[in-house]
Ligand binder design. Structure first.
Ligand code: SF4
Length: 715
């Protein structure tokens, strides 16, 4: 254990003592925690009667008892009442809350996502949790804000942190936001841009251990952001930035992690010199105008028709142009139509009569359209044009069957152009010449085909899925592991719990842990959780810090554990505050101190940098107001570069104007540290491609000072 001297000195600040007075008095055991008071409010009824009551009746009883609780709490706070003076009812308020949480679990609406799934029957909502609560770790945390570590008369025993694997952290997959994954279109994307529902590259483990791992695509089920300490693992094939608990696969199919005990699967300690599995390095490029022109050239010269026909009328001949592009793949047709429209040739899809069949396609007999398409399909010399040309040519003429990708054609000029493009892109191929068959280009090795897809972006899915089931596995040697510090990281949850990130095979889910390595998973019920809480307090923890990820999806087990807990300790809710109004009603009477994150000052930034899809600002602000009326509070705000005007200042404004700023503390944090963003995705992440600079931090501090917000003791 190490001591944080500020845990002692912070309590010399009278404002800290005043603003955190309730929390401090519970920490020092001078007052009972609110959950203890809840146990002394209730009815003289048999608790079994709760089971017979309907939910509306339970809520109405809840609201009545909440009034009583608040009166008792106020009297205890003022010192006019002590807990000993209150009788212990047979049916206490806390049991009622636990029963309500159980009822809510049947149609889950613990958080603002309001999934409505029946988690009691194993259904899972957005957070992916069923009935069980899972704890990845619990410990005495000495990295939290100084007042949360103890001191002021209490031993500096740290914050008794219980880390739930839930909404934000059910999968312990945390890597830097710019780390690349590969979508099922073979477009590489940074994790920060991946959306729920996207399909990304992964591997499947064969039933027989000696068989190869096979490439597959898996759906992203959830994505979350959190802040964590990260490491850069440098290998002979490239780097990956990840958290200490995050495992990657080695060549012997063992999971390696920097901190194996915290890994979600049975893992071995990662060290320099170890050999890990490697697949393909994600690569990306921007599809610009030259790319579209190249694509149209490959597609139209491969599968289109551009010709002339003559009409005789009144003894004279009239020549008309004729363009058609009729293909069976709608993705191909739509791409050509889209690119033509973007480049100034809007054409409607029409039914084209082929005598014995009618197909959909693009048709025009207009000279201006014809001339424009001729101009658009003129060869260019840029790399981007060749990328597009190869994609369009492959979509028109290519196939991926058996073990090779082939593009046959009778036009030698087109094949020459394709060869030149492949040379420029550095993709190995074979030019096959036949006497009785069309000459063709062949790309045989899986990793070369993957590179072809990533460097050209063909559009027809059935062809792009041709690599599923193939094994593309090489190895890389770990050269160096370096601690980078704390920064925002992303969690993804996928269908099979595994996916490929930066070319490395990574594991991401507690489910796999529980089902395959049960000794590593900790499923906690109310009894076990109460035992953890009691142990942490007895060992000197200043509080019980309920955190994740997000503790909210575990509300039913948390409330039930407090029913069992008979040790006085402040309850700290360390949350993103996206709880539903009903969850807040249950929480406000048991939480002694709130430690909410308030990151984004507007919903646009929140949508861009999180899983999105919710009214972030509205929800958090409403919950903060409710929380402040019912407990002490330290709000955390992470300053991000270029987000001072749009996020930091609006957040501080809301704290100053919408909340009672004189009764709370704000931790203005400057730990944001992006890596490699400018080099890799300058156009995607220009705003957060660096640390916040000193000027931005000063601006944030000055603004907070101007607004009269107290932040110095905890920032
Ligand atoms: S906790 Fe939230 S995300 Fe999870 S199932 Fe319930 S409502 Fe959905």
């Amino acid at each position: 254990m190490w001591l944080r001297p500020d845990a002692i000195t912070v309590w010399r600040n009278p404002e800290v003592v005043r603003r955190l007075s309730w929390y401090r008095s519970v920490m020092l055991d001078e007052k009972p925690a609110k959950f203890m008071i809840c146990k002394h409010v209730g009815l003289d009824e048999d608790p079994s009667c709760l089971k017979e009551m309907r939910e509306p009746e339970l809520w109405s009883l809840h609201d009545r008892l909440a009034q009583e609780l608040r009166k008792a709490h106020e009297s205890i706070r003022e010192g006019s009442l002590s807990l000993k003076e209150l009788e212990k009812p047979r049916l206490d308020f806390l049991r009622l809350k636990a029963e309500l949480a159980e009822r809510m679990l049947r149609s889950c609406r613990f958080c603002v996502r309001r999934c409505g799934v029946d988690r009691t029957s194993g259904q899972k909502g957005f957070c992916g949790l069923g009935r069980e609560a899972r704890v990845s770790t619990w410990f005495h945390h000495y990295g939290e804000e100084a007042p949360l570590l103890g001191g002021g008369g209490h031993p500096v025993g740290g914050s008794g942190t219980i880390f739930f694997t839930s909404c934000n952290l059910r999968c312990v997959f945390c890597v830097a936001p710019e780390s690349m994954v590969i979508l099922d279109t073979w477009v590489a994307k940074p994790l920060a841009d991946v959306k729920v529902g996207d399909k990304i590259l992964s591997v499947s483990f064969p039933a027989k251990p000696k068989k190869q791992l096979k490439l597959t695509f898996v759906k992203v089920l959830a994505k979350f952001m959190r802040k964590a300490e990260v490491y850069r693992v440098r290998t002979t094939k490239g780097d990956i930035i990840l958290t200490a608990e995050h495992p990657i696969l080695d060549y012997r199919r063992r999971w390696l992690a920097i901190d194996p005990p915290r890994a979600p699967v049975k893992a071995t300690l990662m060290k320099e010199g170890m050999v890990v599995r490697f697949t393909v390095k994600p690569e990306s490029f921007v599809e610009d105008e030259d790319y579209m022109r190249g694509y149209l050239t490959g597609a139209i010269k491969g599968d289109g028709t551009m010709t002339f026909y003559t009409v005789r009328h009144g003894g004279r001949s009239y020549v008309y142009p004729y363009f058609n592009f009729v293909v069976k793949d709608s993705e191909f047709l739509n791409t050509v139509r889209k690119y033509l429209a973007l480049l100034g040739v809007p054409l409607e899809t029409k039914n084209v009569n082929f005598g014995n069949s009618i197909k959909k396609g693009l048709v025009s007999t207009k000279w201006d359209v014809f001339h424009r398409i001729e101009e658009l399909t003129e060869p260019r010399k840029s790399l981007s044009w060749y990328r597009g040309f190869l994609a369009g040519f492959f979509d028109a003429e290519g196939s991926l069957s058996g073990r090779a990708l082939r593009i046959p054609n009778k036009d030698e000029d087109l094949l020459d152009m394709a060869c030149k493009g492949l040379d420029l892109l550095g993709i190995p191929y074979v030019y096959e010449c036949y006497e009785n068959r069309l000459n063709s280009i062949r790309i045989g090795r899986g990793e070369h085909i993957a590179k072809f897809f990533m460097r050209t972006h063909p559009k027809i899915s059935r062809k792009l899925y041709g690599l599923v089931g193939r094994a593309i596995l090489t190895t890389a040697i770990i050269e160096d592991i370096e601690l980078l510090g704390e920064m925002p990281v992303f969690n993804l949850e996928t269908e099979n719990n595994i996916f490929i990130c930066e070319g490395f095979i990574t594991h991401n889910c507690q489910n796999h842990d529980i089902s395959f390595y049960p000794e590593n998973g900790v499923v906690v019920d109310d009894r076990k959780l109460a035992a953890i809480e009691a142990t942490l307090r007895r060992e000197g923890a200043a509080n019980i810090n309920l955190v994740g990820g997000e503790p909210t999806p575990n509300l039913h087990v948390i409330l039930a554990s407090l029913v069992r807990l008979n040790v006085n300790v402040p309850i700290l809710w360390n949350s993103n505050m996206l709880c539903s109004p009903e969850a807040m009603r249950l929480l406000v009477d048991v939480v002694d101190i709130w430690l909410p994150d308030f990151k984004f000052g507007n919903n646009c930034c929140a949508d861009r940098l999180t899983a999105g899809g919710i009214d972030y600002v509205g929800t958090v602000l409403a919950n903060l107001k409710l929380a402040q009326e019912n407990g002490d509070m330290i709000i955390r705000h992470l300053v991000m570069p270029n987000h001072v005007e749009c996020c930091t200042k609006p957040v501080l404004d809301m704290i100053a104007r919408e909340l009672d700023k004189d009764r709370l503390l704000v931790n203005i944090m400057g730990q944001y540290r992006p890596e490699h963003l400018v080099a890799r995705w300058p156009e995607k992440w220009p705003d957060i491609a660096r640390r916040p600079n000193a000027q931005e931090m000063h601006e944030a501090f000055d603004y907070a000072r101007e607004l009269g917000i107290l932040f110095e003791p905890v920032s």
